[in-house]
Design a protein around this ligand. Structure first.
Ligand SMILES: NC(=O)c1ccc[n+]([C@@H]2O[C@H](COP(=O)([O-])OP(=O)(O)OC[C@H]3O[C@@H](n4cnc5c(N)ncnc54)[C@H](OP(=O)(O)O)[C@@H]3O)[C@@H](O)[C@H]2O)c1
Length: 227
């Protein structure tokens, strides 16, 4: 049984990851911003699911969580935001405050969470720090939309790639995973795959991440992603 900590566990891909890890017999520390409103997640709470309030963009909230977690085998930075409305994050029309907030959620928060849980990851077995990124962060994707979102995911890719080099000495692997285009609030109802399919694929990909391939950028289906 592994100890797994997931952010943004109240809905979408994070909720489905929580369900599937618990069904497989693991323990999940499931984090979300508003536990009292997380009905679907609270329905899973029990011996193997502990629900925690966590605002990943808030340093005090992240530090408080870290005091209650002693050991993590797999950390999944899943919480993420699409940012301002598409027409307000284009090359010629930008909500700059919204862009900064998108960076805060998608880029700064994942590193803040890893830093706070570094002692717990060092206590883990073959520990892994995983971030759910996006194909939209790939530099070779010439699709000029969602500038705030795309740049925040490109930046978290670089941050985690660098971190992978540093954490090898602690036997902690770092991985980036594009979850596919997924039927969630973010991906919309016409997306290509269900949250169940995405989560199942992500779990298989995480199984294959180790210090041997740390710093990898993978797709949910096991293929390597271009940077
Ligand atoms: N769906 C896709 O097609 C797709 C494609 C590529 C990458 N992704 C990535 O996959 C991850 C999960 O997305 P999803 O599809 O499951 O989306 P989702 O259903 O919209 O869920 C997003 C999760 O992130 C949390 N979140 C949103 N804004 C936040 C903020 N400002 N601070 C902290 N947490 C926040 C949400 O919590 P609240 O309920 O509290 O808002 C929720 O738990 C994200 O990192 C996303 O970028 C998704």
């Amino acid at each position: 049984m592994a100890n797994i900590l997931i952010t943004g566990a109240n809905r979408g891909i994070g909720l489905e990851l929580t369900k599937q890890y618990v069904q497989a017999g693991h323990h999940v520390d499931a984090c979300c911003r508003n536990p009292s409103g997380a009905d679907d997640l609270n329905a899973l709470a029990g011996d193997n699911v502990a629900v925690h309030g966590l605002i990943p963009t808030d340093a005090a909230s992240v530090a408080a969580l870290a005091t209650s977690i002693s050991s993590v085998d797999i950390l999944i930075n899943n919480a993420g935001a699409a940012g301002p409305a598409p027409e307000q994050q284009s090359g010629l029309s930008m909500d700059f405050d919204g862009w900064l907030e998108t960076f805060n959620v998608n880029t700064l928060a994942p590193l803040r969470v890893v830093q706070a849980l570094h002692p717990a990851l060092k206590e883990g077995t073959d520990a892994k720090a995983i971030t759910i990124t996006s194909q939209m962060g790939a530099l070779d994707l010439n699709w000029p939309v969602m500038y705030a979102y795309c740049s925040s995911k490109a930046a978290v890719n670089k941050v985690m790639r660098m971190l992978s080099v540093e954490l090898v000495k602690d036997n902690i692997a770092v991985g980036l995973i594009h979850p596919g285009h997924v039927q969630t609030d973010m991906g919309g109802p016409n997306a290509e795959i269900t949250a169940q399919e995405s989560a199942s694929g992500i779990i298989s990909v995480i199984d294959g991440i180790s210090t041997d391939n740390t710093g990898c950028f993978m797709k949910w289906n096991g293929e390597t992603h271009n940077w």
